[in-house]
Design a binder for this molecule. Sequence first.
Ligand code: KIV
Length: 294
Amino acid sequence: MTEARTKITLPYLFEKVEKGEPITWLTCYDYPTAYLEEQAGIEMILVGDSLGMTMLGYESTLPVKMDDMIRHACAVRRGAPNVFLVGDMPYMSYQPGNELAVLNAGRFMSEAGCDAIKLEGGTAMAPRIRAIVDAGIPAIGHLGLTPQSVAALGGFKLQGKSAALARQIADDAKALENAGAFAILLELVPDRLCKIIKERAQNCIIMSLGSGPHAHGQLLIYHDMFGLFPKFKPKMAKVFGNAGEVILNGLTAYHNEVKSKTFPARENWFGMKDEEYESLQKMLAPKALRAAKG
Ligand code: KIV
């Protein structure tokens, strides 16, 4: 059943925080899934550069380009006109400088109808956040496990385990908040660090991906929660339904039914009236034959 949703805005999100109601956030990369996520009541959607791995089959997010992101973000916006839509800045679309960052953040807003952008990195990226926010674009920071820096981080693993590294992440969070980020995503950091960062935040929404229950809301990767990414299932992701298995069973059944000639069945095709069929045969018969038949 389709239900009209009210538009989710920044004040709405801060209202949720004020009331202590957790915010729901999911990744999404395509029109039909966006439609379903909006119908389910999901409040925020991230068109993540994880689409490089989940949708395009790259080994990492690094090959993803702005044009890839815009194409997918446009499709998601068409499917979910009312969610709070966040465009994820891909590798090297913002790192080189403030001007490039503002131009690419602006593309998410003007071409795809996004409500905000997200970018990875701590204190070093605070000037990018400041420039984007000064251009009137809401910005979200991303700390902890930041997949664009996976080589430097030494793999997809928990970040901020030691007090010293945790302190660095807490300082980075403050720097991003001071630069104007309205939200920060903490990916794969210990729950207690997430709690500390939330308690220190003054006007900033703290979201968790695998960083425990203390945040203002949760983010999950859609493909992980439905068993749709065959290469691995991160520990932090709960599988809410095994769509991958359902789809694989369906595909195998289709293959088998075509081979055994049980598909298509009579209800799966359309016939033609006898008189139309006979006229057609006459029309298609060779000229000489038609003349002989009169
Ligand atoms: O691209 C993405 O989906 C992300 C998540 C890993 C947070 O940035």
